[in-house]
Design a protein around this ligand. Structure first.
Ligand code: G6P
Length: 468
């Protein structure tokens, strides 16, 4: 889609928990896909982005809103108190909804207090953002932190078009009903005019719930759910990368330096790469097991390969995130201890984020990209890895069949991320792949990455919202 300032469009108000200011673009690996995508969506329109500052302060209670404008994007952020952060962000959002929505019932905690904190912070968001919204604005709420917000805004009399997009999976009904008050949460979703999901699979799970648990009227053809006199559009809008921005990064000096840095430090060894927030949903320990299995089967190849895992820490106050970090340190340490030489380490495990430019260079230098989440709404790293490849000598993407991206990228080498043998076999397949096959797969993958980009995602969602 052609870029324009779209001045004839209504103003866009984006509301999400995490807000990225443009200068924070550098924290690419650490901030997850949502922030980068919304920054791209907003950079093209005049708009306002409201959310949490990421800071703790008791001054949050006074209703102070910090406003900044950078590169045409105005952000309005509020602080949260420590109790709000504990109950809403670390608690209900990231210890209840996140694990449940990623099919991890074993990790989901159900605490009444954190549920109350979640509702309280959603009320606060509604109180603070309502005065900033003008009658013609299109309002777009994002992700699992803010599911009830639309209903809270309606209860304050807002008549605007309000849409919601879920960046993570929607779990099957049989799992979802383990959530206490599940019906209450879903009812609030049906106050939005449009509810969007990353894939058909997550959409179908949602519609299944609406039909079978709520008794709503679902029209699968039209993509609508009717309930208690209201009709909500519910459709899949797969998110993409900011192609125009990302695909140009190869020209940047920083990208070239990063590529050289990786190539010269690995000498003649073939580099494989993984880049993920340090999150249990990303399947990083399972990936390390797969690499360990490959080395067990092909000890002679240890000298030829190097695996780089970039994993900036995330949500560090949540127990399950501390546990995954400890587990990974152990696994990487064990393999490196057993397989290193005085001048060679098979796994480089790095706990920090890099800029998009640097990631582009690393992706281009790596002949294999490993994106093996156990469950993921979409996963934009898979798309960025492809976007960074040299068309004349492209690397191979190994992709989990349980990432939303797999539905759009069937020409990747698809794997079951739970199976070390499957991962080991995929590495072998990638190493053996002819240049001809790599190019053929790349051509198909790059077409999706280029054409289904973040501008299209925004335009498709907002078109449905304006017609709702
Ligand atoms: C995922 C979520 C986003 C979140 C991001 C980073 O992509 O869908 O909502 O912003 O992870 O996580 P954090 O907790 O640091 O915002």
């Amino acid at each position: 889609m052609e870029r324009s300032t779209l001045t004839d469009q209504p103003r866009l108000v984006v509301i999400s928990n995490r807000v990225a200011v443009p200068k924070a673009r550098g924290a690419a690996g650490a901030q997850g896909g949502l922030a980068g995508a919304l920054l791209a969506a907003l950079s093209d329109r005049k708009g306002l982005w409201f959310g949490w500052s990421g800071q703790e302060s008791e001054s949050g209670r006074t209703g102070h809103i910090d406003t900044q404008t950078n590169d045409g994007v105005t952000t309005a952020t509020i602080d949260l108190s420590q109790r709000d952060i504990d109950e809403y962000y670390n608690g209900y959002a990231n210890s209840t909804l996140w694990p449940l929505f990623h099919y991890r019932l074993d990790l989901a905690e159900y605490e009444r207090e954190t549920g109350k904190g979640y509702e309280r912070v959603n009320e606060r968001f509604a109180d603070q953002v309502t005065p900033l919204i003008e009658p013609d604005d299109a309002v777009w709420v994002h992700d699992y932190h803010l599911i009830p917000l639309g209903e809270r805004l309606r209860s304050r009399g807002l008549k605007n078009r309000i849409g919601f997009f879920l960046h993570i999976p929607w779990p099957p009904t049989r799992l979802f009903v383990s959530l206490p008050y599940h019906e209450r949460l879903v009812r609030t979703l049906l106050y939005y005019d449009v509810v969007g999901f990353q894939t058909q699979e997550w959409l179908e799970s949602f519609l299944h719930y609406c039909e079978n648990e709520l008794g709503a009227e679902v029209d699968g053809e039209k993509g609508t759910v009717s309930f208690e006199g209201r009709t909500t559009i519910a459709r899949a809008y797969p998110i993409g990368i900011d192609w125009d921005h990302f695909s140009q990064l190869g020209d940047a000096g920083e990208a070239r330096q990063a590529q050289q840095r990786l190539l010269s430090s690995s000498r003649r060894r073939t580099a494989m790469i993984g880049v993920d927030r340090l999150d249990y949903s990303k399947g990083i320990p399972e990936r390390i097991d797969g690499i360990g299995r490959f080395f067990d089967k092909h000890p002679e190849r240890v000298q030829d390969l190097v695996f780089i895992q970039i994993a900036p820490p995330s949500r560090e106050d949540v127990d399950s995130y501390q546990a995954i970090r400890a587990e990974l340190e152990q696994k990487c340490g064990r393999i490196n201890g057993a397989r290193s030489e005085v001048d060679m380490v098979p796994i480089r495990y790095v706990n920090r984020g890099y800029s998009h430019e640097e990631l582009f260079g690393f992706f281009r230098a790596a002949k294999i990209g490993l994106v093996t989440p156990l469950r993921d709404g979409m996963n934009l790293v898979a798309k960025e890895y492809i976007a960074a490849q040299d068309p004349e000598d492209p690397g191979v993407l190994i992709l989990s069949r349980f990432a939303g991206a797999a539905a759009q990228m069937p020409d990747a080498v698809l794997v079951n991320p739970h199976s070390p043998d499957d991962i080991a076999h995929a590495i072998q397949t990638a190493l053996d792949m002819t240049l001809e096959e790599r190019k053929a797969r790349y051509q198909k993958l790059i077409a999706t990455v280029r054409d289904d980009n973040v501008q299209d995602w925004t335009a498709n969602f907002l078109r449905d919202l304006s017609e709702a």
